[in-house]
Design a protein. Structure first.
Length: 336
């Protein structure tokens, strides 16, 4: 059966005489309060069931988020339904998957939004049914979610800019490769990188080139960049697939190490590229904590406990100088 758009769904609800509920998560800096009653009874055997919906399923970042969510589910006795689109650009598919989980009567939803505007209506739909929603990694342009648990992407990207400026001697042309225009995380990292580089008047940031979280596209963008800007000094890759595409292009062109590369995330292939000298610094998030705290916060909200509206999971700048420290090892391998 063909799906209705979000707007039509809400129109149908209003026509039928059902009034939408008051959004349970208040705006502002005060902790959000949980719902007065759960949206659905526990699943068979008395177990709560949470949908955890990432932006994608394939990259190591999301697999680490899953590990954190699964660990929290085990600790709290919650069944985790891990479901999401294959690609981070599949906004409509993500909306439909969340609608399906709402219809199935999950007790809570933990999600990373593929688009910061398009997911607002489906979150409202969940809250109207007393299903608490917590966003992780990538939020929405709304105060509706009970909590947003993520890196401070603006600050993290500004740190990347400062590190890249240091690596290139504070002057020259640098490339900027975000991933999806309109995705909150991508927009924030682009903003933060530009703000950070504004501190260095002799560095020119080229126009952003969006890779759509696709390794091949990022590789092609880099190849074109190398041709168009023969004096290019450095590149900032805003996520794992962007970084891997740039790595492939630089190594194929014999430019590894000559053109400095700073990248977000810390997949195994990125760490290997750091060890080879193709990547000089990684801006490392804590995806395990995002998954764990996302489930834990949704669990607390479901029980009516106060939860923090914004939880910063932090970033660490990883280079060859600190790669083997205990703190970084734990961050890169949270399960040992």
């Amino acid at each position: 059966m063909k799906r209705l758009g979000i707007g039509l769904i809400f129109a149908a609800v209003l026509v039928s005489g059902c009034q939408p509920g008051t959004p349970p998560a208040p705006a502002g800096d005060q902790p959000a309060q949980g719902p007065t009653s759960p949206g659905a009874a526990p699943q068979a055997g008395g177990k709560l069931k949470f949908a955890v919906v990432p932006k994608g399923l394939t990259h190591q970042f999301w697999l680490t988020v899953k590990a954190g969510a699964d660990a929290a589910g085990k600790d709290l006795g919650v069944e985790i339904n891990w479901i999401g689109p294959e690609k981070e650009t599949e906004v409509v598919k993500q909306i439909n998957l969340i609608e399906d989980q709402i219809g199935a009567g999950v007790n809570a939803i933990v999600m990373a939004a593929c688009d910061q505007d398009a997911l607002v209506d489906v979150i409202q739909n969940a809250l109207d049914k007393k299903i608490p929603v917590v966003t992780i990694d990538s939020g929405v342009n709304s105060d509706l979610p009970y909590s947003f648990i993520a890196t401070d992407n603006v600050a993290g990207a500004a740190a990347a800019a400062r590190k890249l400026a240091e690596l290139i001697g504070n002057e020259g042309e640098v490339g900027l490769i975000p991933f999806v225009k309109g995705a909150g995380t991508s927009e924030q990292r682009e903003e933060g990188f530009k703000k950070g580089m504004a501190e260095f008047p002799n560095v020119r940031v080229l126009d952003p080139q969006y890779c759509q979280s696709d390794v091949i596209k990022a590789m092609n963008i880099t190849e074109d960049m190398l041709t168009a800007y023969p004096d290019l000094k450095g590149i900032f890759a805003a996520n794992e697939p962007a970084a891997l595409g740039v790595v492939q292009a630089l190594e194929a062109a014999g430019k590894a190490g000559a053109i400095k590369l700073v990248a977000f995330d810390a997949g195994d292939d990125e760490v290997a590229a750091l060890k080879r000298g193709t990547i000089q610094a990684l801006i490392v998030q804590n995806p395990f904590r995002m998954g764990y705290d996302g489930v834990k916060t949704a669990y607390e909200a479901l029980q009516g406990k106060p939860v923090e509206k914004r939880i910063d999971t932090g970033v660490t700048v990883v280079t060859m100088d600190n790669l083997e420290t205990p703190e970084v090892k734990k961050l890169l391998n949270p399960l040992g």
